[in-house]
Write a protein that binds this ligand. Sequence first.
Ligand code: 5GP
Length: 240
Amino acid sequence: MTKGDLIFDGNEKQIFATDQPDRVIFRYKDVAVAYNNVKRARFKGKGALNNQISAMLLDYLNRNGVETHFIELLGENEQLCRKIEIIPLQVVVHNRIAGSLATRLGVEEGFRHPNTIVDMRYNDDDLEDPFINRDHAVAIGLATYEELDRMYDTARRVNDLLKPLFHQAGIELVDMKLEFGRATDTGAIIISDEISPDTCRLWDEATEERMDKDRFRLDLSRVVESYTNVRDRLKKVFES
Ligand code: 5GP
């Protein structure tokens, strides 16, 4: 596998072409951004941690029948992935209400509810990732109803797999954002972005301390230490 041209240079990740048309290399940067790129900082080691955490989680999903873009780890900051055609939607699963949903619904952070909530945002920085429903998404040609059904079903399945996995690590999966794409090799709808403390809310079950990107968003300090803790706890679960 030969690394080719840089085809996407994002805030927190880069994507490189390879000598195979349906394969790309994701490179995770030591950068964090938040609030639609308004807040930005460097955290040495964050890229490697997200690369490792995402690899563990995506590999676990692949092994449990949920297709993802992840193929294999290539190095500290890089992983080999399937190439996809982007679907610009974020599917967010909530097990407890926090963050923007708490503000939107006027309930306190950490509000417990008996059901699993799945909602969807239009991934568009200029529009600040607005909430969008299925009819809107179909109307503007982002996906078909069948594809949306598949994304919602997969999001629930991912939650059913990852919630107990995090529980084994003493971590509560409060919410998570998933992105999907159409694999260029088979056309299947697959998970096509990282799953990591950058894209999930992860609270320590014993103390409710935040172990995710909210540490950066809310200036809670110990960002890399918390991500390291998540990596180490998950590693232990997979080794046992
Ligand atoms: P909220 O809507 O409260 O900002 O986010 C809900 C969940 O989705 C959180 O776990 C958050 O980390 C994730 N999330 C929402 N939007 C984004 C985004 O644009 N980028 C990333 N990395 N995560 C997001």
